[in-house]
Design a protein around this ligand. Sequence first.
Ligand code: ZN
Length: 113
Amino acid sequence: MTQLVMGILPGGLITWFFTHLYYRKACTSVPDWAKPILEKLPDEPPSRERLLKLFQDALESGDVKPDPAVGCVACPQCGAPSTDFLHEAYGDDCRTIVVASCPHCGWTDHAEV
Ligand SMILES: [Zn+2]
């Protein structure tokens, strides 16, 4: 049992070390909109509650803006910020459909407004 614990613990530490190293390296090429969020991240893995709090703070401060039509904060396909999305509206007397599209990868989604 002790050997099992002694094997798992270093394994977890090694995994965390390389993940941490990659995260630090990746910080140099993050988009501008994500920098305020990443700068607030602690040096150890944040809890789900902490991540939600950071995300909520970013929403409230305006650092992250959900797309008004489809609600995404970033393109689900390429990660471009939702502020880059293009919108087209179609409709008749009864309803209006807004199509949001990503100019970087061509992803589209629509919503009735
Ligand atoms: Zn995209």
